[in-house]
Each structure stands twice: as C-alpha cells, then as structure tokens.
Write a protein that binds this ligand. Structure first.
Ligand code: ZN
Length: 487
C-alpha cells in the first residue's frame, strides 16, 4: 500500500499521525557548498510553519532536517565531481571546513528568517556506516547490483514488484526519456538505474571504505537512511521542494520499499518553486540572489535592502503550493503590508478596554484556525488579521470601544497566529519598519539642529554636522523650506 498525499486539505480532520500525539517529520535540508538563497528560504519557512502549527495543535513533533554534505551530484555538476569536494580542492580546504563554513552561514540566515531549528539535524557524512548497511539490505533483497565497485538500483526489477514513479506520476518510459546521460552510464544495466554507492575516482577527496569500493553513498541514500534511523521504518510527514519529487523522492521511496518491503512515508508534502522576475532561478539567468544580498540590498535586481521579516512575510503571503515570483516591486508591496501589521500590533498593545465592544471584530480565531486547517492557507490567515486592523485602528483613534474580554481575545489571537504560527517578529521595536522610522527621525533631528545653527550663524556646528554626515555617506541638500537628505 502506497499512500500519497500532496496536500493536507482539511488538515485537522484528515491528518492522522501514526502514533497518538506524536508526529515524525523529515525535510530535505540544504546542500552546503554555497550561501543560502531564496530556493532555501521557501522550504525552510514552509516546513517551519507546519512545525509550528503541529505544535499549536498539541502534537509533540520530532522534526528532522538533514545537511547534505556528501554525494550530491547535481545535473549540471562539472564532470560529476561532488560540489563540496570541488570547492575544497579549489580553495585548498579540508571538505569539512567548507561544510562547516556554509552550515554556520545557513544557520545564521535561518535564524534571521525566524526559522526554528529542527529537533535533529543529521549530516550525511556522519551516517556512512548506516548508509552502507542500507545499501547492503537492498542488495540482499535482490533489487540492486554491483558494477565496477559501484552499486546501482535495479529499477526494472524493482518496478515489477513496486509502483515506481507513483509520486511524480511517471512511468518507466517517461523516465527513460527524461534521464540525462550522467557519468557511470556504461556501468549500468539501464539509464534510469541510480547509484546507491559510487566508487570514488582517484582525485575524489571524500571517500570511505565499503564492501564494494573506496567511495561514497549516492545522494538519495542519505534521506532513506536518516529518515528511518531517527523516525522509524514508518513515519508521518516527508517534505521538500517540488523539484525534489523526481528523482530524489521517487528514489527514496524505491530504496525504502526495496530494503524494508513497504513505504516509510505516510504524507508527502512539497512546496512550490520561486521564480525571479518571471524566470526560473539558475546559473544561466544570473539571478541567484543570496539571502545575505537581500538583507543588504546588494544585487542589481534589488532596489533596496529587504529585511528578513519582509522575505518571510512575502513567502507566507502566497500559498505554499503556488509559485511565487520575486521582484523588487513585489517586495516593496510586502514591506508596506508588513509595516501595516507591525503598526496594528503595536497599537493593539496600547489599547484600553472599554465597557462594551462597538467595533466589528468577527470570529477572528475561527477564521485563522480554518484557514490553517485548510492545507495551511496562510494568505487567508493574513487577510483575516488585516481585516481586524480596522477595528484596532478605530478603537485606537477613539472612534469605537472594545470590551476587556474582546481585547484579551484579540491580543491572544494576534500573538498565536501572527507571532507564534506565522513566525513574524512584529514586536521588536515595531520590527524593521520601526527601526527605519527611528533612524529617519534621528537624521531629521540632527539636520534640524544644523538648520537652527545656520540661522544663528553658528557656522562651526552647522558645518560639522554637514561634513560628518557627508563623510558617513549622506547627501544633504538645502531647500527653501529646510533640507532634504538621502544615502
Ligand atoms: Zn532528501
């Protein structure tokens, strides 16, 4: 029996964990040979949202998100060399230095996006023994073969006993025409057979001893191995980006069924992809914008820096199954939306309760729960919260009142859904918007002092402020009404 769910519609009613009160969740994590970009932010935020919501529903969640630090041969890999090994060779580093460097930077970027750390973050390179044992199990069951020191999945044989391609809706013929000619073709029985273990070429610097050769595991092997090691032979949720369905997740299913005789994953869940200004992200488009570049505004496609909460809010404004197109204009719009939320949240904290409620607040909690239950419909949660800002602003402006009980509930719902589940940092000094406002205010104040000094013919003070701000990168223009400034 192979149960496939690609969405969790009516989540609360249909989602049945395998063990009461506990959820096991595995998400394919980053390959650490470069800085995290938007392609990393979306799955991280999507499954962070799910992790947070499952905990809100009362489940104890074991969330495993791996670090791929070996064996990931991408389609465009130069001569099939492992990217981490290549980077290490070019920069004369120990491969684990490359892994550690980019893992640290990944963690820094994820913390900035308010992505909670997983319960377990296993490294592929730390589970070589387990991967060898898993490959051996598949060999013992007769679904793999050894060829020239490498081990390959015998896909044709497997497909006679199990439905290969079910997750992606492909059959073997589709797969034959789609499979690219990668290295090792001459060793395989069929082009669609994939490597479970690869014999290392002499120049390959990351390799381990095995019964078949000095080599390294195939990329798909790590997730089958670490998923079952930490979550058991059957577990609830496996997630990742839509681009991983084929070949990665199909291969994982095949490996698990071949070794264990059954499927391991109960629910599959995939976030859709991100395009940039309408184009796929890719080397050929030169549009890989790293998260750090977003935070600094340091890329020709960006009009200005965008804070991590703007990126998070932007991603959550779309449903996780829709594609998201990034552009500077769209981010600026998201920034304005986030500012409105931050303002409403700050005002909500300042409201005083009155005798009765004269504003329309509706059943905000029910709307938010129903939206989340409906396959994590975050755009609806955000819309519901926005609707309630009207009531908040009316009371804040003194044009309406709210009762103590309603105010308490309103504050709780905002805290639960905006802060705890959507994971938006609204409370930090008004967030990015608040910081910007404070900064602008301070510069206006300084230039106001300068204007006054000029009127008093205190040229020393006025020149000092002008020169020092100019040295810091400000451009100051005197106008007939006062001044204008920019950076
Ligand atoms: Zn994976």
């Amino acid at each position: 029996m192979l149960e496939i769910y690609n969405s969790l519609t009516r989540f609360k009613e249909t989602f049945k964990p395998l063990h009461d009160g506990h959820v096991g969740m595995y998400v394919c994590g980053p390959t650490v040979y470069g800085d995290a970009h938007l392609g990393h932010a979306r799955p991280a935020i999507t499954f962070d949202l799910l992790y947070r919501y499952l905990q809100y529903l009362g489940y104890k969640v074991r969330y495993v998100r791996n670090i791929t630090d070996v064996g990931h041969l991408e389609h465009d890999a130069d001569e099939g060399e492992d990217k981490i090994a290549k980077k290490a060779r070019l920069e004369q580093l120990e491969p684990m230095e490359v892994v550690q460097y980019y893992t640290n930077r990944y963690h820094r970027d994820m913390a900035a996006l308010n992505v909670l750390p997983p319960s377990i973050e296993p490294h592929a390179s730390g589970h070589i023994i387990e991967q060898i044992a898993f490959v051996q199990k598949i060999l013992d069951k007769g679904y793999a073969y050894v060829s020239n020191g490498s081990v390959y999945m015998d896909v044709e044989k497997y497909a006679k006993d199990f439905p290969y391609g079910k997750l992606s809706g492909r059959n073997l013929n589709d797969i034959v025409t789609e499979t690219r000619e990668l290295d090792g073709q001459e060793e395989k029985k069929h082009s669609y057979d994939f490597a479970l273990w690869k014999k290392a070429a002499p120049e390959h610097i990351m390799h381990w001893p095995s019964p078949w050769s000095e080599g390294f595991p195939g990329w798909h092997m790590e997730c089958s191995t670490m998923g079952t090691k930490y979550l058991g032979e059957r577990f609830d949720i496996h997630g990742g980006g839509l681009d991983l369905i084929f070949p990665h997740h199909e291969a994982e299913i095949a490996q698990s069924c071949a070794a264990l005789g059954h499927e391991t994953v109960h629910y599959w869940m995939h976030n859709n992809m991100i395009t940039i200004a309408g184009k796929k992200m890719g080397k050929s488009y030169n549009n890989f914008i790293t998260l750090e570049q977003f935070f600094r505004g340091d890329h020709p496609l960006l009009s200005k820096p965008f804070g991590p909460m703007v990126i998070r809010f932007f991603i959550l404004q779309a449903h996780y199954r829709s594609t998201v197109d990034f552009s500077s204009e769209a981010l600026e719009a998201a920034e304005k939306g986030l500012q409105r939320m931050q303002e409403a949240y700050a005002r909500l904290q300042k409201l005083q309760a009155g005798k009765e409620t004269t504003v329309e607040i509706g059943d905000l909690r029910t709307r938010c729960v129903e939206a989340m239950d409906d396959d994590l419909n975050t755009p609806f949660v955000i819309a519901a919260l926005f609707d309630s800002t009207r009531a908040i602003n009316t009371v804040y402006d003194g044009k309406g009142t709210i009762s103590e009980a309603d105010l308490k509930e309103l504050r709780e719902v905002w805290k639960t859904f905006a802060i705890d589940i959507l994971g938006l940092r609204l409370e930090e000094q008004g967030g990015d918007a608040g910081k910007q406002k404070a900064f602008n205010g301070a510069i206006d104040l300084l230039l106001g002092i300068r204007l006054q000094a000029k009127q008093n013919k205190d040229w020393g003070t006025s020149d000092k402020i002008r020169n020092e701000l100019t040295a810091l990168g400000f451009q100051i223009k005197d106008t007939k009404d006062g001044f204008e400034w920019s950076i």
